[in-house]
Design a protein around this ligand. Structure first.
Ligand code: SME
Length: 163
């Protein structure tokens, strides 16, 4: 496909996800390189959803290491079970945090972050390979619509992982 997303900024959140997801699928279909695909996903999500920070942390040995992202500079390494990202890795599930100040052990890469959602992607063996972290500078900014759409994105990531 052409390297340009077609998304009308005036659309509702759900409509923006609905137009983004098939374009993302097409964008990833012909590329096998994981970092290239994660980079385009981060850029596409930032451009379409205007997230404050969106990016990946990749499991490397016993840590999560910062991968492709869009937004302000961020912490580079997160330990197993630490912060929202480490908890998502440990618990192997999506974690939605309406108010980061109320999440025990939240890692504040930016004092501007107020709410976040973290989703894991799995290897063919069922291990967490990486997580997607999305941060907002507004409280309570993520809901089931975001969770559902971003979980579809993670299934696309898994196709790229397991190619
Ligand atoms: N807040 C995350 C750390 C990553 S940054 O927000 C980009 C956490 O608690 O895991």
């Amino acid at each position: 496909m052409a390297e340009e997303l077609i998304i009308a900024p005036s659309l509702s959140k759900q409509a923006r996800y609905n137009t983004l997801l098939p374009q993302l699928e097409a964008l990833l279909a012909d590329e096998t390189d994981l970092i290239a695909n994660l980079s385009n996903i981060a850029a596409a999500l930032k451009q379409t959803m205007n997230f404050f920070w969106v990016g990946f942390y990749i499991v490397k040995e016993n840590q999560l290491v910062l991968g492709p992202f869009q937004g302000p500079i961020a912490c580079t390494r997160i330990n197993f079970g630490k912060g929202v990202c480490g908890a998502s890795w440990k618990e192997k599930r999506t974690i939605l945090v309406p108010n980061v100040d109320e999440f025990p052990g939240h890692i504040a890469c930016s004092s501007a972050s107020k709410s976040e959602i973290v989703l894991p992607a799995f290897t063919a063996h069922g291990d967490v390979a990486l997580v997607l972290d999305v941060d907002s500078d507004q409280l309570n900014d993520f809901d089931e619509q975001d969770q559902h759409a971003l979980e579809i994105v993670m299934r696309l990531v898994e196709r790229s992982l397991n190619k």
